[in-house]
Design a protein around this ligand. Sequence first.
Ligand SMILES: [Zn+2]
Length: 425
Amino acid sequence: MSSNSTSILPLGDGPSFGFGDRIGTATPGHVEAMRQAGDGVLPVFAQQSIREMQRTARTPEGVMRDALDGMASAGWSAGTGADADHLKTPADVDTTAAVGFRLFTLDPSAHVVDAAEAAEPDQLAGLVAEAGDEAAVWLADRMGTSVQLDTGESLTFDPEACHRAVAKLGRAVEAAIALGHHAVAAAARHGGTAELELSVDETETATSPVEHWFAAERFRAAGLPLRCIAPRFPGSFEKGIDHLGDRAELLTSIGRHAAIARALGGHKLSLHSGSDKLSVYGPLARATRGSFHVKTAGTSYLEALRVAARRDPALFAAIVRFARARFETDRATYHLSAQLADAPDPAECTDATQLEDAYLGRWSEVGEGKGFEGLGRQIVHCTFGSVLGDEELGAHLRALLRDEHALHTELLAEHFARHLRALRP
Ligand SMILES: [Zn+2]
């Protein structure tokens, strides 16, 4: 990892795209996608959340090394961002800072109070009191004021919206600020400069404009380098399929969040679970005027499974059977609509193509309105940790990917070039 310091770039305020790689062999395919369609986009080849590292028995050091080695073998010398994703503890920050990660995605979701949105007045007052002194100062300054956004809309800080924002996010924001200070110090100890992302995307309720304003203003007051905010947008952002929900409401929300980000110093909007959300990309790129970040994570694994489907159908069928057996357990930490009944048992499929279509058919190809065929991919998506951790299946799949490196690279390039093209405003 000697080239760390020269290869790791700041995310900056332009377009950027995160390619998570669960297995560690996908970077050459990500590089190829960048060559085909990534003009003007900063790639983040090194990106993995702590949760996903635990599920795949990988370390921050291994994730970084695999990304840098993949870049070198593919001849990519233009550098990469490095995103330590969904960090929850100082220890998470320390281990990732030590190996060169410089974007620290702070995830205070454990401190978010989703119930604040519907809380009764006295419960709400209690939650506001628990949010602490800094939040109380913010409330005193902001309540009753309004600001004009550059879209012509004005944002009014009415007392109830302010109280609910503080009740929901107050403790979470202070926890993220503490972790952010820790990250700045940790990066400096390792001779680097931290950038921070505040991620509240994994909450139950959508992030309101007032909540966004509150969080960003607190980060600014704390003197922290806020690079991105990942709001929870309305509708659902499930793994492996496009956005579900009211499109007009989503576009309004993106437009407001983008204007708030500009008004508070120009942090970027970050879109998580970005794989396959192609219908959202154009609006996101336009509303943010190119100041956005997108993260994808699990669909590189799906393209690895496609290699198995095409080159070793017996292995793919075994993985599908195993995934179906694990599904009800492994789905617990993901937002998914899929049910086992949405995809057939391998025994019911007459050929390998049918099985591939049932489990790896892309939503955008299957098409919304043609039923829920595209949901089969969620069954294999959320079970990656179990499959990769299974001694026989994991080893077999990894060996196949070594032998079929060219096909794996080609499939990844095709998948992600489609994503990168959709990001053009
Ligand atoms: Zn996320």
